[in-house]
Design a protein. Sequence first.
Lengths: 451, 135
Amino acid sequence: MPHVAAVRRLSLRTRLALLAAAGAMLVLSIGALLLYRDVSGELSRAITDELTVRADDLAASLDTEPITPAPSSVVAQVVTPSGQVLAPAGLAPVLTADELARAARGEVIVDRAIAGVGEHARLLAQPMRGPVGEEVVGVVATSTASLAEARERLTIVLGLAGPVLAAGIGAAAWFLTGAALRPVRRMSNEAATISMAEPGRRLAQPAGDDEIAELGRTLNAMLARIEMTIAHERAFIDDAAHELRSPLAVLRGELELTADDPQDAEAVAQGVASALEETDRLARLTEDLLTLARADAGQLDPGDARTELLGAAEECLRRLPHRDGVRIEVSGEPVTVRGDATWIHQIVTNLVVNAERYARSRIVVTTARDGELALLVVADDGAGFPAALLEQAFDRFSRGDGARTRSGGGAGLGLAIVSSLADAVGGTVRASNGPPLGGACVKVEVPVAGP
Amino acid sequence: MLGSTNGGGLAGRRVLVVDDDPKFVRIAVRRLERAGYDCVTGESGDHALWAVADQQPDVIVLDVMMPHPSGIEVCRHLRADGWTGGVVVVSARSSPADRAAAERAGSDVFLGKPFPLDDLVSAVGRLIARDRRPA
């Protein structure tokens, strides 16, 4: 709705001040109405009470002859039911015919202009007994000018005081809200100037332990998390660029050498073969980086397919080219896990390729079921993970020697990808040294596929 | 190009190329040999230190990211030992910080991979010419 949108465009401070003023106005209006009713009612009752007393006096005085109403500010008259004024003699009747008829039956109170009393007046008429017991109507009337004046004065005072007080409360709310929101405004201004060009910069923490201080702490914690994520991304991009530059350097070198001496057929053939190898290396690397980027974005989807782990591992190893001199044995019990065969192949391939780099002569691949978990273990008889690397074995770009082992061929992404793939199906990976073959051992645990 | 780099009496000028990527070593060596240099190779930091002592190269071409010790460590070590030959550092990491680290370690030229092989040849040529100049 347009007016809601218009209110939302106002600052919080303005909205709170307006709300306080409106609330104050409502409360003051109700208060003023109640006060008006009470004061006005009280004054009115006092006038009626006075008339009642006068009427009683008049009734008492009817026993005397002749009828002489006591002189006072109250006009008194005694009339017969037919309208004839008995006293004071010679005056026009105060009551109208209708009022007289009603007064003959019971007490009547009427507010109206009365000749000789004033514009604002009240009369009280009631049946009485005359000196000889005849039925008469006694009328007493008095001015209500003071009541009207008091009402008018109350209306003016309350009508003016309400809005003035409400405006005052609104202004007070404006200043108090401004003071309360000042730290928020300061943090907002500071936050607007923070950029990732100044890592480590934080908002000034407001003093105290109130909601504003908590907001400051929360925002600073958020900045720290964002900064960590960005640093992580930058490091990943930096590492990825480095990994891509190395094969590019070889590719470029091979092409330059071939171009320098195109007549040397053997050198050209060797250069082209090497360039093709580097192209494959770049393609594999790009694919690995994409897999990790998808894992970071939570887009690795194993799908609803299920695969039997032992069969998939055997199939994968049949297809994988092997390093001479290294025997690979596969054994274990069949167990079905979530994910398609490609998923399992990628895990097995990465683990076996990594093991082949370091194995002396033997690699064992075993599968097993442990309750609701399926286990895949790949172990070799090499030197194992360096102790310092054991904790970071699944980190990206982590490699066995703290630098590149180009002769090994890995960019340090294989185990990181295994970890991401296992993680995507709710599994875990662990690296250790020792049993069963004395070298490195990687254990993948993933939940068994449900029925 | 070959003529110009090969014509300055380069026979006997020896270049040590150290990188853990054998393909890159082969390419660099081939290009430097075409330019007329004698080349020896190594694939780790330890090889580099041993080869400098054993082969007495005029210039060494050092990769940074190598098995222990790194190219930067090798360079620092050689300079600390008083070795005055030319050092060309080549690295796939070529940020200003990487370049500054190489310079602080005492290298003469930094080449970020991938680079034209002619840049390597001319860098090696400049360093040899510098060393031949009388002090």
